[in-house]
Design a protein around this ligand. Sequence first.
Ligand code: NAD
Length: 369
Amino acid sequence: YQNLLMDTLVITGGAGFIGCNFTRLALAKTKMQILVVDKLTYAGNLCSLDDLCENPRLQFQDGDIADRGFLQSFYQNFQPTWVLNLAAETHVDRSIDDPSPFVTTNLLGTFELLRATQKYYNQLKGDIKQQFRFLHVSTDEVYGTLFADNKFSETTAYAPNSPYAASKAGADHMVRAYYKTYKLPSIITNCSNNYGPYQFPEKLIPLIVMNAIDAKPLPIYGDGSNIRDWLYVEDHCKGILLALQQGLPGENYNIGGKNEKTNLEIVNQVCSSLEEFLPARKNPAMCKKGIPSYTSLKTLVTDRPGHDKHYAIDSTKIRQQLGWKPQYNLTQGITKTVHWYYNNQEWCRKVQKNNYDRERLGLKKDLKI
Ligand code: NAD
């Protein structure tokens, strides 16, 4: 990795799942000053950066990317070389219950960030202007569901189906427009489902690990046959760093692990991995309920409304043009993840406190549209 001495990298959403993992990677692999900007919603927690708080190259700024006044004063105080936009509302189920924060942060927030960044970029000169990049992290969900046995490439038409995916798609289009119209040197990455340490326990893999540890039902939407392409978060972060360092402005890069699995397969794998660290017969919660195996906790529940059937990413472009490839296969990644959650149950309790009790979301019962 290239080392840019004293340059500043701004990471919006840096206290969230991918953000805190990316912050760790960037501190290790570059010499840049890192400035995390985060609104600290339910999904962002400074305890995810606890182990880094002594690092003199890391700073934190409480801020909202949808707040024009904040962004204005922000750019008066900081002169970033790169801006990485990870700030977002990210849980599809929550977007079904209430799309409003998704539109505010993902769509309007990205627009406000682009607007302020363009203004900042326009007054840059020389090397810093040459080096400047705005990287917007997006998802494969913008492509909608796959019907034939093919994969999403960078030229696949957008067809978002959930309010979350629609808000991300709109943001991506705005980033593209800022490149085409105003020449802001921006890059978009579209990644498949991430998993790994520090993911809020509303998402499938941490939810299954934590419920299994507590001998609670393991909810599986519909018949469990929906397919996602899974990628270990560190591999995604390495792709983002490569795209910042070597990616071309105006380009999109799809990032995916070639790990297409049904939700049922993922749950089975998590159960067998947990069995290695904490055998069900030695787990006090399981013994108390007299349940013999983690897999007997599996419970089919009402499907998610509008649930996309199948996602799969064609990541040929980033592999060939930037030399990216994932380091972890699914078994290694899931083992690392289950181990991390088993050892970090306190982190889970902290981030869930007064926020979330692993209840079902997204059934349109408490609709706020
Ligand atoms: P996350 O929900 O764990 O974290 C989001 C972070 O953004 C939180 O720290 C939150 O406090 C912060 N935030 C929310 N609104 C904000 C605002 N208005 N201003 C500033 N900060 C705000 O999400 P994640 O899983 O880390 O995802 C990060 C990005 O990656 C998102 O853009 C998401 O769409 C994208 N992505 C995620 C995945 C995945 O599987 N997790 C896959 C592909 C793309």
